[in-house]
Design a protein around this ligand. Structure first.
Ligand SMILES: O=C(O)CCC(=O)C(=O)O
Length: 294
């Protein structure tokens, strides 16, 4: 659980560090999982020793990471911050390359990648290595979660990076997030953050869970295999907009019970769109841009 001071700090700063959440033995087990089987194979294919890699859907690649997503030491800390009923929006293993002076991830707000009807989303980074500016820790802009959604588009397309440089130009507000292995950091979905290159070339691995209040309805981007994994509480059968609350109706005869509205495209329309692609028609499918997840 978090104490009142930690909760207040999260509300003011938009992020929080909690050390010593997991034991050295648990960290060793998570490291072994991160270096084994399919995870190692995919990382090797993506040249993770050379470039910064976010390997998604880690909950589906090792049961240890699925169980960790629902571990009460994480979800009980999140509940007072974003709500009692929690789902995973996505999971990943985030690794800096084992090479000096390369890697890093540009300044961004996570919410820009996957907007929802409300902003009760937060990410927990579980540290598998001691992390500081030498091996490319994240930095956060204190209080930036109160700035609203900043511009991440260039010429109308999502760029994956915040385009408003003034938002991180005040060095007194930029805080390097130094955490020891076994600790965690928590950041709000509107907190502006990024990481620099790995200056030391030493490992910097972390398991990241993006969580959401179960009443936040995703409006764009990708539904991953583990999106919607209910890790605490229940699905309330309501969708909350920041300005209010509305029902979404489920039906007994439907599977999934909330209907196919989620896709926003009917099955016939999908077929017609595919046919019209060839005729030079711009359809949602032809507009798809490879998603990079924050
Ligand atoms: O891996 C990193 O350094 C950045 C991770 C990040 O920004 C995120 O998960 O939103």
């Amino acid at each position: 659980m978090l104490n009142a001071e930690q909760i207040a700090r999260f509300r003011t700063d938009g992020f929080l560090v909690v050390e010593d959440v997991f034991s050295p033995a648990e960290v060793a087990a998570y490291r072994a999982a991160a270096e084994s089987g399919r995870i190692r194979e995919i990382n090797a294919n993506r040249k993770h020793t050379e470039v910064h890699v976010h390997q998604l859907e880690v909950t589906c690649k090792d049961p240890l990471f699925r169980d960790l997503a629902a571990d009460a030491r994480l979800t009980d800390k999140l509940a007072p911050l974003i709500g009692e009923d929690l789902q995973v929006q996505h999971s990943k293993l985030a690794t800096q390359p084992l090479k000096k002076d390369v890697g890093g991830f540009g300044w961004h707000q996570d919410f820009a990648f996957f907007p929802h009807t409300n902003t009760d989303l937060a990410a927990i980074f579980v540290y598998l290595d001691d992390t500081d500016t030498e091996n490319g820790c994240m930095s956060m802009v204190r209080g930036s979660h109160k700035l609203g959604l900043l511009e991440h588009r260039v010429d109308g397309y999502f760029s994956g990076k915040c385009q408003e440089e003034q938002a991180w130009s005040d060095a007194s507000k930029v805080v390097p997030v130094r955490v020891r292995a076994g600790g965690i950091s928590i950041h709000h979905c509107l907190t502006l953050h990024g990481s620099g290159p790995n200056k030391s070339g030493l490992p910097r691995r972390g398991v990241v869970y993006q969580y959401r209040n179960a009443d936040a309805y995703q409006l764009a981007d990708h539904i991953w295999q583990d999106t919607g994994f209910q890790v605490r509480g229940r699905f309330s059968e309501t969708v909350r907009c920041e300005a209010g609350r509305i029902y979404i109706a489920k039906r007994k005869a439907w599977d999934p019970p909330f209907g196919n509205l989620y896709l926003q495209i009917g099955e016939q329309a999908q077929r017609w769109n595919a046919e019209r692609q060839g005729a030079g028609c711009r359809t949602p499918a032809s507009e798809q841009v490879a998603a990079v997840t924050g």
